[in-house]
Design a protein around this ligand. Sequence first.
Ligand code: ADP
Ligand code: GLC
Length: 503
Amino acid sequence: MKKSQKRKVMYKLKLLIAASEVVPFAKSGGLADVSGALPKALRALGHDVRVVMPRYYIVDREKYGLKRLEGTLGVPMGIMGEAWAGIYEGVIPDSDVPVYFIDHEGFFGRKGLYDEEGEGYGDNDNRFIFFSRSVMQLAKMLRFKPDVIHVNDWHTALIPILLNTTYRNDPDFKHAGTLLSIHNLQHQGKFYKGAMDVLDVGWEHFNANELEEYDGVNFLKGGIVHADAINAVSKKYAQEICTPEFGWGLDTLIKDKAYKLYGILNGVDYDEWSPAVDTLIPRTFDLDDLGGKEVCKLALQKEFDLPQLSDIPIIGLVGRLAEQKGITLLSAAIGKLMELDIQIVLLGAGEKWAEHFFMDVADKYPEKFACYVGYQNDLAHQIEAGSDLFLMPSLFEPCGLNQIYSLRYGTVPIVRATGGLDDTIENYDSESKSGTGFKFYDATPEALIGTVKWAVDTWYQDKTGFEQVRRNAMQKRFDWKEAAQGYEDLYRHIIAGRLSSSE
Ligand code: ADP
Ligand code: GLC
């Protein structure tokens, strides 16, 4: 074998990515964007990547051409006995990355992913124990023998402990390592301790150093302890979660595990999120021809019934209406913001009080504030394309994708300097005209209002400055290729660690 060929063979990794949501099949937030895009980027680097997710009711089997694999998968569920899963197989569109869907009518044949009408399903512990166990059983059924199992958030955080206990001596997982990505530390999967009897890894793991927390089970905690490495989707967030302010009670533990904590930043799928190729916006545009942006702006004003004026800045907001996103700050600031010569367009769904609050604001200021309560992907693209500024006043933000999309669309971000928002946006400097956005630090309505005013003043009074920030923003790239290379290095590091510890 020639040297170069040998190197290529050596370099191919077998990676199993488990996630509770994957674009385009099912999505509630950025986790789905990441678990749809990262596998494609890893595949482009030459690796054998497979993805596993639940087959929720909303996953459209026909649209995505999913095929049912023969047979059923036996999934041991402790005191519940054995459960049986059907397996569907498909691919991530525009790729040859296989995706396996775990089908179980009782656990996943429901309207929501995790909840309905804001009410979490009462059996989420069993649902995700089942899913995690299915991932392991599926790997065996496929004889896949992964080098690394990459799990995401609390839903799949039990996999590292399953690997270290139940599957410890299983030859199919002989050298398998695990990576846990934390996309959001707030949600940890905390349940009644009875879940231990279903998980069935042994009650000896129900202790304060592993799965136990205040006499209940904490899935994410187990993952943090048992994974070979942890990735918190930005460098800043990796630092923040070691502090009480952002640690949600796990900061001491995470600080303890800092030796295996990384902060690889998410990338962006520019096939989906680029104004040059976006098929969901009225007119494409790019840095060398911004004419289309003006068309998108007027169309957005029309769509939202706002006066069609090109010289007034539109501030866009898209996101879950959750505390994390700074909705309380925004609601406290809105009165003052409405005194400015601006228009605001908001797209979001989530906390009921916030949905009602922002609909009332729209009634009160019909010329200035418009909102759509719901989830609508094409509108998200149109807001990115048609707005001039994009506001993300998050209290915490592990990575944040919308501000990165905004950069590419020349929609200058106004962000609170936390987590990935701080890492991806450079503050505007009016002297040098450098920077890609406007940042504020304090989580107060005053700081938010002051920074929006600064951005709006720049729009009206420092036009060349504003145009320069827009250009700086549009030139920024956060390619998945680079992020995937970071993951590849980390996977290899994990594998090396596993190999040396088994010697
Ligand atoms: P998070 O994962 O915390 O919700 P991110 O910024 O990482 O935040 O990702 C949010 C993703 O979900 C983006 O792709 C965004 O466009 C999308 N999104 C959020 N809310 C909506 C909505 N109401 N309609 C359409 N897309 C939405
Ligand atoms: C989470 C975070 C968000 C991040 C996304 C993808 O939902 O809230 O900041 O961008 O996951 O990693």
